[in-house]
Design a protein around this ligand. Structure first.
Ligand code: B12
Length: 175
């Protein structure tokens, strides 16, 4: 089976993956299952398995993703920013963050952290698929993805709107 993917999702909570605390991250699990259902090949990895620049380089070479997504809790945000810097040093693949921390802190956060290409605020499934469709297939436009924060010639743009899943039962369970 090919290890290439359109979307590479990374759970950055390294210390949670070292021993008996290991469990799957629900947020990324839902995002991955929905993106797969919509036809985007997706890999979900935990940083504990790729905890050096060499391992990350090998992962990127193998996966060749169109987009890298990282979940961002406040507790791990510094960690996430370092990780994103390393990833940007290894490839030009755009990096998108989502999760509670970046849902609250957006424009100033993007200004201070040029290694982050996109933030998706609040619920992620529909918006992430729209971003993937744009990056992979050239469909739609960045300014039509609600909750997306992006850069346009160094200016930070924030698209208004929530775009919530109306019927949660339509979401596939995490695999
Ligand atoms: C369940 C839960 C847990 C479970 C996780 C179980 C699991 N298997 O994942 C357990 C008990 C283990 C846990 C642990 C922790 N938790 Co907790 N947890 C929650 C809770 C109640 C629900 C989270 C959840 O899974 N929701 C369901 C998923 C599908 O939705 P979601 O998380 O909102 O994710 C969506 C969006 O945020 C967005 N999104 C998220 N990541 C990404 C990434 C990308 C790229 C994109 C595009 C979008 C995106 O899209 C997702 C899908 O719509 C929330 C509170 C809440 N009601 O939200 C706290 C919460 C997330 N936890 C919190 C914290 C602090 C922690 C711990 C750090 C606590 C600690 N000190 O140990 C740890 C960290 C664990 C870890 N390694 O990530 C805080 C985070 C606060 C913050 N400012 O970041 C919250 C908000 C609680 C709170 N109010 O303080 N937690």
């Amino acid at each position: 089976m090919s290890k290439r993917c359109d979307l590479l999702l990374i759970d950055p909570s390294i210390e949670y993956w070292q021993d008996s605390k290991r469990y799957d991250n629900l947020s990324l699990g839902y995002l991955a299952s929905y993106a797969r259902q919509k036809g985007f090949s997706t890999r979900l990895v935990v940083l504990g398995d790729f905890n050096s620049p060499e391992k990350l380089r090998a992962l990127l070479n193998e996966a060749q993703p169109k987009l890298i997504g990282i979940t961002a809790l406040t507790n791990f945000i510094n960690h996430v920013l370092v990780l994103a810097k390393i990833l940007k040093g290894l490839s030009n693949t755009p990096v998108v963050l989502g999760g509670p921390h970046v849902s609250f802190y957006t424009s100033s956060f993007m200004t201070k952290n040029p290694q982050i290409d996109f933030v998706i605020r609040w619920e992620g499934e529909l918006k992430l698929v729209m971003l993937l469709d744009y990056l992979k297939n050239g469909k739609g436009s960045l300014d039509s993805i609600p909750g997306l924060v992006y850069r346009e010639e160094e200016v930070i743009k924030e698209v208004q709107g929530l775009l919530l899943v109306q019927d949660l039962d339509m979401l596939p369970f995490p695999e």
